[in-house]
Design a protein around this ligand. Structure first.
Ligand SMILES: Cc1ncc(C[n+]2csc(CCOP(=O)(O)OP(=O)(O)O)c2C)c(N)n1
Ligand SMILES: [Mg+2]
Length: 541
């Protein structure tokens, strides 16, 4: 077996169904072997950044690493984009890059760059293979590392000569083969202290992060919340961990959340952070966490505990095991609880609902084009809890992210890095992994235009996602800053766009234009049902 076949066999062994990439000479050994492996579907993209974000989509939709591949030089630079986004949002990706022949690596030859060094700051492990027989063990370690502790991307660089080289001597068995990891158990002492602190609290909140989703702990979260009556705030990677119409669900806090959830966080005397690193985006760079609050933090990665906020009780454990142990202990202890908890939670929930309604209320005045509030309100009315929403970044997102979500793995966005172009790209990975669920992208015109060439990929590979573009012919996010902070002196923020419906049709997709809000529902419903790739341009203001 040659190096390429060893890679393909490893992907197969790890149950990889999809590989996303863009071919070049330095990866042809691997691609040739993948071509011969019927269980793996290889899909070429038109820009490598789309491949890494598709892998991100697969990972977030399934909980298993997504895999992408590119050549070594410019391809690797493009691939890096989605890998970096995944790193910031704790998403496991296996990024594979090829390389020039080993004997020229590091000699400033054509395409030669120190690719492992480029990937190092945005991966958990970035390595170059120097012996073909190391491939299986390196791949196994990569798959293991990507999902253990705080999940994240890993990168393996494989020179082309090793892909083509036969492994003549015996290939060592990967040391990790056959070893099953078990969820990390919490210490009973930590659980005891946490339960007592929470039970005695006057204004407690549960602050649930992406770790709850990765640990499949949403049932445990809901059970614990219901038993204790404590309100739940979620981070942006944990949307839907508790249905957002649940009487105790306050939705997200911070930049994309409600002022009430933020206030509940600020006023809390005890904060139970579960499966979270306390992201800056949810906490106004940690300023929304009172220095007087007692913080309980659960994370499966001990390095994340106390990293951003001082922690009174740290619980290093799998989020599910932590929540289950907390509930068990709470039931055993039957702690005396404050009786005003239910009334406080109900008041918070009422305020969150009222705020959501006002966030989606159209500002007064005349509107020549469709206000963002109208579009999001209408989407809220149209979408059911089956539909997965993948969101791009931009000013529109501040309103669009207010859409409520009711199930885990139903909302994905590039939060920590905030990359433009994430919407269509990640959505394609999500749809491949979850063909049973409708997938809708909400994007700005700027973000969509960063990856619009990959409509061709969606059409060719028959990935029926529907993209709603809120077209304001501008990079409105920086424009807003210029209006507020630079005396309205605009530079570089207004532009023109093609007719997006026409563009979609040129690519062989369906295209619709929405000029009045009433046209949105039929367009979304028809296209989601059509089984085809669809683009809906909304004339935004
Ligand atoms: C690759 C990249 N470049 C620049 C930015 C900074 N940025 C954030 S939002 C934005 C404008 C997005 O425009 P659009 O998609 O049209 O959404 P809008 O702000 O108009 O709602 C820019 C330039 C970014 N996040 N990512
Ligand atoms: Mg725009």
């Amino acid at each position: 077996m040659n190096g390429g076949a060893l890679v393909a066999q490893s992907l197969k062994r790890h149950g990889v169904e999809f590989l996303f990439g863009l071919p070049d000479t330095t990866i042809l050994g691997i691609l040739d072997a993948v071509r011969a492996e019927p269980s793996i579907r290889y899909i070429s993209v038109r820009h490598e950044q789309v491949a890494s974000m598709m892998a991100d989509g697969v990972a977030r939709a399934t909980g298993k690493p997504g895999v992408c591949i590119s050549q070594c030089g410019p391809g690797a630079l493009n691939l890096l984009y989605g890998v970096a986004s995944a790193f910031k949002d704790s998403t496991p990706i296996i990024a594979i890059t090829g390389n020039i022949d080993s004997k020229y690596v590091g000699r400033d030859a054509w395409h030669d760059m120190d690719v492992p060094a480029l990937f190092a700051p945005v991966t958990k492990w970035s390595t170059r293979i120097t012996d073909v027989r190391d491939i299986p063990a390196a791949m196994d370690y990569a798959f293991r590392l990507a999902v253990t502790g705080r999940p994240g991307p890993v990168h393996i660089n494989i020179p082309i000569d090793l892909q083509n080289k036969e492994a003549t001597a015996a290939v060592p068995e990967p040391a990790l083969a056959g070893w099953e990891s078990k969820p990390l158990e919490p210490s009973q002492d930590d659980i005891d202290r946490a339960v007592r602190a929470l039970a005695g609290a006057e204004r407690p909140v549960i602050f649930a992060g992406g770790g709850v989703i990765w640990a499949d702990a949403t049932d445990a979260l809901i059970a614990f919340a219901e038993h204790t009556g404590i309100p739940v705030i979620v981070t942006d990677t944990a949307r839907g961990a508790i249905p957002e119409n649940h009487p105790q669900a306050l939705g997200p806090s911070g930049l994309f959340g409600s002022p009430t959830a933020t206030r509940a966080l600020k006023e809390a005397d005890v904060i139970f952070g579960v499966g979270t690193r306390f992201p800056d985006v949810s906490t106004a760079k940690w300023q929304d966490i009172s220095p007087a609050a007692a913080i309980i933090q659960n994370n499966t990665d001990s390095g994340e505990i106390g990293r951003h906020v001082p922690v009174a009780i740290g619980i290093v454990a799998d989020a599910r095991r932590c929540l289950e142990a907390m509930l068990e202990r709470w039931e055993g202890l039957r702690p005396r609880q404050r009786t005003d908890r239910a009334a406080r939670t109900a008041a918070l929930k009422e305020a969150v609902d009222a705020e959501l309604a006002s966030a989606l209320t159209t500002p007064p005045g005349t509107h020549d084009r469709i206000p963002i509030q109208d579009m999001v309100r209408e989407l809220d009315a149209i979408l059911d809890d089956e539909t997965i929403v993948v969101m791009d970044g931009g000013l529109f997102q501040l309103t669009a992210a207010r859409l409520p979500f009711y199930r885990p793995r139903s909302y994905f966005a590039s939060i920590g890095l905030g990359v433009m172009g994430y919407g269509l790209s990640a959505a394609m990975g999500v749809k491949l992994a979850r063909p049973d669920r409708p997938v809708l992208v909400v994007s700005g015109d700027g973000g969509f235009q960063m990856v619009s060439q990959d409509l061709e990929t969606a059409v060719r590979a028959q990935i029926p996602v529907v993209v709603v573009i809120y077209n304001n012919n501008a990079f409105a996010a920086p424009r807003g800053h210029q209006q507020r902070s630079y005396g309205g002196r605009l530079i570089g923020v207004n532009h023109t766009n093609p007719d997006f419906a026409e563009l979609a049709m040129l690519y062989g997709a369906e295209g619709r234009t929405v000029r009045t809000i009433g046209e949105l529902r039929p367009a979304v419903e028809d296209l989601l049902k059509s089984g085809r790739v669809g683009v809906i341009e909304v004339h935004g203001e």
